[in-house]
Write a protein that binds this ligand. Sequence first.
Ligand SMILES: [Zn+2]
Length: 321
Amino acid sequence: MQREKPARKQVKPGQVEKAIPEQTGKEYNIWYNKWAGGDREDNYSNKVKSQTRCNIRKDSGWTRGDITGQRYCCLFFSRGCCPYGYECAYLHRLPLPSDTLPDSSLDCFARTKFSDYRDDMGGVGSFNRQNRTLYIGRIRETGPGSETEEAVIRHFKEWGQIEKVRVLQHRSVAFVTYVSELNAQFAKEAMACQSLDNDEILNVRWATEDPNPTSKVLEMQRLEDLGQKAIAEKMDERVLDAVRAVKALEDASRPEGEEAPEEEDELEYLLPEEILAEEGLKYFAEIRARQQQEGLRPAKAVAKPGGLALDYGSDDDEEDE
Ligand SMILES: [Zn+2]
């Protein structure tokens, strides 16, 4: 990604018609930003082709958000219509594999997720399930072959690394699973009402949960691994070592025959055989001595900048525009 250049302004102010929801219903639902009570409200807005499309290679670059420590992407950038360019308070780039957001109830655009999905699986989505799979409907297929799959991959890989693609041949439907949930969120906005190669208007929604029990188990395992990895990554090596040393102390003082609690078995596995209780204590003392040498800044010495849960985020995240 070309991050050394300033983000360009994708549109001129006023160039894109403001998409005000048509009043086709009786009641305006501020949560879903649409009119309810009319049968065709979503059919209409969902079948008008998007006027702009993001071009990551041309459009992405640094913005004011990069300077203020902004963690969230610009929604309008993803749709190809942010007039602010480098002056934007949000990021004009794809979510990175290394990105973790401070608040899991928000999506990559800082929009609040809901406890349940919308009936039509559109919208921001739910915080109750990590969803990395998009449903792509209304694909215009041009043959019986694999060209549909090729087109889906070509268009959707622009928005992040894809784990798998499944095309339901002759049914105009495909499923795209991203490696990262954040890229799925970005892609859902970037490809809403866009076309593949045949001037269709895609219907992009969240996929419902895979009912296959095997994939359910695999997904749970994946989330568990991810959680453990995230915790380990955020912990300072010295803190981890200290935790292990304390664990060794506890083990050493446990009476013969008493079983360690189950989840501690894994820690024991990580523990080098040679680390004895005394070593652990010495290590702790060493850390403390080093901290004092480093100018009595114990909090800073323990946590890497931006690491651990000690990073409570910054006020910049709340900055709105
Ligand atoms: Zn922007």
